[in-house]
Every structure is written in structure tokens, then in C-alpha cells.
Design a protein around this ligand. Structure first.
Ligand code: MF3
Ligand code: CO
Ligand code: CO
Length: 288
């Protein structure tokens, strides 16, 4: 079931909605078609940043816990259970569960899946890569992070893609400073990725995050100047989450209306952090 004769992924079976204990506070959008309009901004006072850091740490530790469970033979459905149970145990709500109808507690994006893969009965095989994207909601704020893991051992070409995607996020974060436009972030990421001929996904972006899962602020991962000229300010909180591919940046959507793959089925990797702009640059809020 997990792959066709060409080795490409096909949708698996999505079953069971995992319960969340009643004492865990839900984001406002759960049970609705889409989130209400977000009236707030992207700049937070230190007390709120401390809360985003707490949600961010839970998300980061949940990703670590899922990472430790990744091995050939496990299903992405099982990884969803590991992530879900970790968040619940830390009194956090899995922000993706019930977000615009998304059915699971994390996104698991395998091989040619760029993002938003839904955990199902797909069995991970040696040589696959899988991105685990977890957002934790606690104390009224979200912390959003993701990382790509190699299943067993993979080719040098794919291992390099994963490591260079991690490095591209680091470079994007280094470009953050108050007074600069947000488009400097994508410039740093794209110029690094281009050295290796990688595709840089354009239509899925970083975003403002905090009281809203997606605030409306957009952070491109390519050089978008003169567009996306929002000037960074101390206390501004957003994600950077570059998706790089071994082929082109064009994409396709599965019939589930969530799973985004590369159009050419090339392998793709992603890393994500939530960060806050500081006087000196950026502080990552999604560290374990
Ligand atoms: N966590 C993802 C992001 O980085 C969003 C996932 S939304 C979902 O923005 F509905 F697909 F889960
Ligand atoms: Co995000
Ligand atoms: Co995310």
C-alpha cells in the first residue's frame, strides 16, 4: 500500500481520531471550518514570549520523542500516537488536530511530500526520509517546529539535502535583525540553496505565530524583494521553515486536499523553528 511500482508514495488509510482530555484547552478554531479573523499583531511582550517559549519547548521535545521512535517498519500513524501522547502528557493541545479539518496531531511528510502529509498506515522503509512537524498550544499560544529524519541509512545525495536544508534554516535565522525587511531571510536561504541547484519551494512559507497558529504575516524562503517588506521589530515572533528539493519547486496536491508533493516527485526536506526578534538578532523559541 505505501508505494506504487515506481516507488512513489500513495495515500494510505487514515483512521481514528485521537481523543484529547477535557482539561486541555482547545484553540478557538477546533470544531469550526476555519479560524476566526486574527485581530492581534506579531510583536509580543516578554511575558507572552516566555509562554511561546514554553509551548515551543514542548513541541521541540515532542519532535525529539518522535525522532527516537523512527526506524524502518514503523507507520506514520504510530509516530502520530507518540507525538500526540507526548503533547497531552505535557498539558498541550496538538495544534494541527482539527485545524481547518486536519485530522491528526502532527504532519509526517515522507520523501517527495513537501509538507502537510497526514499520518496513516504507510510503513517507513530504510532509506526514506520523514519530516515531523509539531505545533503545541498551551497557555493560549502556539509553538511550531519541524525536523527531517533519515529512516535507517539513505543515499549520500539525500543525506546532503537533509543537512543542507538544516543549514539553510540556520542561515535564514542568522539574517534576522531588527530594522531589516523580512525578505532578507529568504534571500539568505535561496542563495545558499542555489549553490547546490536545489529547488526552493515558494508557495508554502514561514508565518507569524503566537496567539494565532498562522497570524497572516508571511515569511518567504526565496528572495521576494521588493515584496514582503515588513520591517522586523524586537519582540516580533514568526517561523522560518524552508523546504528544499532535489528537483523543481513546483508542487501537486493529493485528493485529500492536504498532502503537498513535488510535481516531479523529487525528494524534499524541511526544517522549522519559531523565533523572536531580539536587539542582537534572533532567539529560537523551539529548542528542547
Ligand atoms: N505546522 C505547519 C506549519 O508549519 C502547519 C500545519 S497545518 C496542518 O505551518 F493543518 F496541516 F496541520
Ligand atoms: Co509553521
Ligand atoms: Co510547522
Amino acid at each position: 500500500m505505501p508505494k506504487d511500482s515506481a516507488g512513489h508514495l500513495v495515500p494510505g488509510a487514515v483512521t481514528l481520531t485521537r481523543p484529547v482530555p477535557p482539561h486541555i484547552v482547545r484553540p478557538e478554531y477546533v470544531g469550526k471550518k476555519s479560524p476566526g479573523r486574527f485581530a492581534g499583531g506579531d510583536v509580543y511582550p516578554p511575558e507572552k514570549i516566555a509562554l511561546i517559549r514554553e509551548s515551543g519547548r514542548i513541541a521541540a521535545r515532542a519532535i525529539e520523542a518522535v525522532g527516537q521512535a523512527i526506524t524502518p517498519g514503523v507507520t506514520t500513524e504510530y509516530l502520530d500516537q507518540v507525538g500526540h501522547d507526548f503533547l497531552i502528557a505535557h498539558d498541550a493541545y496538538p495544534s494541527t488536530l482539527g485545524y481547518r479539518g486536519y485530522p491528526k496531531s502532527l504532519c509526517s511528510s515522507v520523501n517527495e511530500v513537501i509538507c502537510h502529509g497526514i499520518p496513516d498506515d504507510t510503513v517507513l522503509e530504510n532509506g526514506d526520509i520523514v519530516n515531523i512537524d509539531i505545533t503545541a498550544y498551551k497557555n493560549g499560544v502556539h509553538g511550531d517546529s519541524n525536523a527531517t529524519f533519515v529512516v535507517g541509512e539513505t543515499s549520500e545525495e539525500v543525506a546532503l539535502l537533509v543537512e543542507r536544508t538544516r543549514e539553510s534554516l540556520r542561515r535564514g535565522i542568522k539574517a534576522v535583525a531588527p530594522g531589516r525587511q523580512v525578505n532578507v531571510i529568504g534571500r539568505a536561504i535561496e542563495s545558499y540553496a542555489k549553490r547546490f541547484g536545489y529547488g526552493v519551494v515558494r508557495d508554502f512559507t514561514g508565518h507569524g505565530v503566537g496567539e494565532a497558529f498562522h497570524s497572516g504575516l508571511i515569511i518567504p524562503h526565496y528572495d521576494s524583494a521588493p515584496l514582503h517588506d515588513t520591517v522586523m521589530e524586537v519582540g516580533m515572533v514568526f517561523t522560518i521553515e524552508p523546504m528544499l528539493t532535489l528537483g523543481s519547486y513546483e508542487w501537486d496536491m493529493w485528493a485529500d486536499d492536504w498532502t503537498v508533493t513535488t510535481k516531479d516527485k523529487s525528494i524534499t526536506a524541511q526544517f522549522e523553528h519559531t523565533l523572536v526578534v531580539t536587539e542582537r538578532g534572533a532567539e529560537v523559541l523551539t529548542l528542547p
